[in-house]
Design a binder for this molecule. Structure first.
Ligand code: ADP
Ligand code: MG
Length: 239
């Protein structure tokens, strides 16, 4: 079964701009998948549609066999999203950010507390549980968003540019958390414009550009092709 099966997905924003032009994309269960592309390529639009934040214009989206149109709640329950941008009440303590999200999913309080502790510990934030969000570094905020996204134990974790603007050391430590979650069975899709991030983490990638999939390949094949200079130039022009 595919974790994500998207067919002929299009998005025309109000005002007439076409951000997605018939995207086909399948991601296998258990995969660690990167959607790579330059700014404005349509990555966040794609992620937004899959996570029910943005309406689609046409096409089919199915997540673990659940169709987005017929079973939107079923799809939502399978997905944990770490959005590209987040604006929260910055005075909220770390633990409450996670517990509030659990409340949104109707998770019983005792279960929510146990999970919040487990994920905050895994993400090295348990000692900060009473710290207000505004006191966290950029890297800590991103980790908090991951803990928040995991609280309903989604089978698919989607991260939209999770390490944009985060320095390389913090980026690497986040990579190791993500590898661990993937090894434990969570399918992961991330968008990035760092080729090295995809290289370090992912098994399969797609390159999106101008609302269309320009490449769909395994990382091994991509890296092989990177040895040919023309492809490097070609890719650098796009990513
Ligand atoms: P990416 O995440 O790859 O940078 P986005 O999906 O955010 O790309 O945006 C793709 C294109 O759609 C961009 O040209 C952007 O300006 C446009 N776009 C994004 N959101 C909207 C919106 N709400 N209304 C109109 N155009 C939008
Ligand atoms: Mg984006």
């Amino acid at each position: 079964m595919f974790a994500l099966d998207v067919q002929q997905l299009t998005k025309v924003y109000r005002g007439g701009f076409q951000a997605l032009k018939g995207v086909d994309l399948q991601v296998q269960e258990g995969d660690f998948f990167a959607l790579l592309g330059p700014n404005g390529a349509g990555k966040s639009t794609f992620i937004g549609i899959v996570s029910s934040l943005v309406s689609k214009t046409s096409g089919r989206v199915s997540v673990f066999g659940r169709d987005l149109d017929r079973d939107p709640e079923g799809v939502k329950s399978c997905i944990g999203l770490v959005p590209q941008e987040f604006n929260f009440n910055l005075f909220l303590p770390v633990i409450e950010v996670v517990l509030n999200q659990a409340g949104y999913y109707g998770i019983p309080r005792a279960v929510a507390k146990a999970r919040a502790e487990r994920y905050l510990r895994q993400l090295d934030l348990w000692d900060r549980r009473d710290t207000e969000m505004r006191r966290l570094s950029g890297g800590m905020k991103r980790r908090l968003m991951i803990a928040r996204a995991l609280v309903h134990e989604p089978r698919l974790l989607i991260l939209d540019e999770p390490t944009a603007g985060v320095d390389i050391e913090i980026r690497r430590s986040m990579w190791s958390f993500l590898r661990e979650f993937n090894a434990q069975g969570t399918t992961i899709i991330l968008t990035t414009h760092y080729l090295e991030e995809a290289e370090s983490l992912c098994r399969n990638i797609a390159i999106i550009d101008g609302g269309e999939i320009a490449e769909r390949t395994s990382l091994a094949i991509l890296l092989n092709r990177l040895h040919t200079e023309t492809f490097v130039l070609n890719l650098k022009g796009r990513v």
